[in-house]
Ligand binder design. Sequence first.
Ligand code: UTP
Length: 297
Amino acid sequence: MKRKVTKAVFPVAGLGTRFLPATKSIPKEIMTLVDKPLIQYAIDEARAAGIKEFIFVTSRGKGALEDYFDHAPELESSLRKKGKKDLLSTLKNTNMESGAIAYVRQYKALGLGHAVGCAHRLIGNEPFAVILPDDVIAADTPCLQQMTEAHAETGGCMVAAMEVPPEKASAYGVLDVREDMGSMVSVNGMVEKPAKEEAPSNLAVIGRYILTPDVLKNLNKMKKGAGGEIQLTDAIAKEIQAGRDVYGYRFRGQRFDCGSKAGYLQATVAFGLARAELKDEFGSYLDEMLSMRQAAE
Ligand code: UTP
């Protein structure tokens, strides 16, 4: 029987330079969409997929992230006394079971692959998920849940894949497709940040993965790749070279790149409009802004 995926790694040790100066003192993952930090969206998605152990790969200056997951008994009791039941339940939904989160430190930002490799002792010999919290995905069925369901059938390694126009491919890891089976493709190879003319397909890898422990062994021996960083895609590509299965999964949902300013602002608008209590007021404001912009052109 294929082993259930119950551990997830959250690499949060990056420098977040695209959000300077904010990220001088605030971890990128604490930035909010409406009222929830990016990391909470990632945790909620992992929980929906049945993840029980949450491994954070952190670095200097990420203390606010650890504090965020502390329980807040004073706040809870004050809300309880005031009868603010909705806020109390919002707060309680963020509570994690003691011992469910583990933190490991990446001392140098040597790349995403290196960050994931830092978690190897806590993962051991079982499949695990990786979630990049700055990729936020709006979906009816949370993306990682779609993937764990598909993975229960296939095993092997699985990466979330999204179609991108050719001129954007050089910003991603791109799949070299062996067979297209619709929601899933099997993969011949992966190229990290290819030049436009060298992209093997229009399927880009985004920040959700289900990986075998063999990938951790590959990471251990990995040399620097594109951008002088230790790349996760290179370690996954090694699995294909070893004759093992790697799949791309075309998830159903909309992905926002909240590691970039434009993506973060788009997500703010989309998640704002999706909130029942905000959509009328916020929607009319956006309509007004749009007509003012059109009138000015
Ligand atoms: P990014 O490429 O978005 O890098 O990392 P970054 O440092 O977070 O942001 P910029 O580019 O400077 O603005 C993708 C993911 O990999 C993690 C990041 O925290 C993010 O979740 N990462 C990256 C690490 O944990 N360690 C690294 O050495 C690099």
